[in-house]
Design a protein around this ligand. Structure first.
Ligand code: PEP
Ligand code: MN
Length: 352
């Protein structure tokens, strides 16, 4: 249930209404909008008549029911779009709302110092603001490269130091979260852990924004309920990432990139949504076309795998672009960003 207060309602009245609702054993979240303040109610409101709430104050404009199971993630609860701000040495990166699409790029895994720093320099010159790279890798086979772990976190920190880029890297285990969040500017929860509720709750209790990737077979509601865990635990900065889902056909692509999910999510949630065309397709050749489509349908950013030598990558080589290819792709994406009214801020001279 949400309670929309009339514009100009005195603060004392809002507090009195909130106190009353707490007296009914309901938790509240106050969302201050441009026009109205909205009080979101969390708890069992099934037996609470709308009229009883309406009668609490003449300053209540209306009382609405949020029918979805996700509350804090819903646009009903939070009509204004969330813009996640990531502080960096080069100034804050804004993700969501009307901000220009953010480009996150880098290798699947952090392999060694020279490759991560070289890749960071190249993607930054191409216009990316966030460096991706896994220290902890969730691999289908236990015999595949599992990531260098803690030492790779140190290399990511060095790459940030060298370039000023923000870092996004995956956490797989609650016991590593603190250490990962010390280095990461954005903590990634991968597809395989989207419903790891212990990890979601813990990610909600730490201050870094969380990039929540969609699980292979998650419905949009399940994905938003996973985001709800993070929001409910106290972290409002969640970025959703569509990375392809399992369908009947994986002969030519690794996954099926569900681009319409971006448009659907726009109607359901205020949270920013980015697209990962690298995992979404699994094929470097298809990254540009799907990245263009993602921007055209309204994605707030892209996460693209880039490796200096994809043929030698320790993970996901077939879907990685070379730095030169990434550069060309960004050039070709720029007109799409322009057409959707969110042109890249991309002063190459300034970022080199
Ligand atoms: C990744 O981004 O490296 C990754 C493992 O992605 P996903 O969780 O989407 O498979
Ligand atoms: Mn990968």
């Amino acid at each position: 249930m949400i309670v929309v207060m009339k514009s100009g309602t005195p603060q004392g009245v809002i507090e009195a209404v909130v106190d009353h609702l707490h007296g009914w054993s309901l938790a509240t979240q106050i969302i201050i909008g441009r026009e109205n303040t909205v009080i979101g109610l969390i708890g069992d409101t099934s037996n609470l008549a709308d009229d009883r709430v309406q009668e609490l104050s003449p300053f209540i404009e209306r009382v609405l029911r949020v029918k979805k199971r996700f509350k804090r993630a819903s646009r009903e609860f939070h009509p204004e779009m969330t813009v996640v701000s990531v502080p960096t040495a080069l100034g804050p990166i804004l993700i969501g709302g009307d901000a220009p699409p953010v480009l996150m790029a880098g290798p699947c895994s952090v392999e060694n110092e020279s490759m991560i720093i070289e890749t960071a320099r190249r993607i930054r010159a191409a216009g990316a603001r966030v460096l991706r790279g896994g220290a902890y890798k969730p691999r289908t086979s236990p015999y595949d490269f599992q990531g260098h772990g803690e030492s790779a976190l140190g290399l990511l920190a060095a790459a940030r130091e060298a370039t000023g880029l923000a870092i996004v890297t995956e956490v797989m285990d609650t016991s590593d979260l603190e250490m990962v969040a010390e280095v990461a500017d954005i903590v990634q929860i991968g597809a395989r852990n989207m419903q790891n509720y212990a990890l979601l709750k813990k990610a909600g209790q730490q201050p870094r924004p969380v990039l929540l990737k969609r699980a292979f077979s998650a419905t949009i509601d399940e994905w938003l309920l996973a985001a709800e865990y993070i929001l409910a635990a106290g972290n409002p900065n969640v970025i959703l990432c569509e990375r392809g889902i399992r369908t009947f056909d994986n002969q030519y692509t690794r996954n099926t990139l569900d681009l319409v999910a971006v448009a659907v999510l726009r109607t359901l949630t205020h949270l920013p949504v980015i697209v990962d065309p690298s995992h979404g397709t699994g094929v470097s050749q298809f990254v540009e076309a799907t990245a263009k489509a993602a921007l055209a349908i309204g994605a707030d950013g892209l996460m693209i795998e880039v490796h200096p030598e994809p043929g030698r990558a320790l993970s996901d080589g077939p879907q990685c672009l070379t730095p030169d290819q990434f550069d060309a792709v960004v050039d070709n994406l720029a007109p799409i960003a322009e057409v959707v009214g969110r042109p890249f801020v991309r002063s190459r001279a300034a970022v080199r």
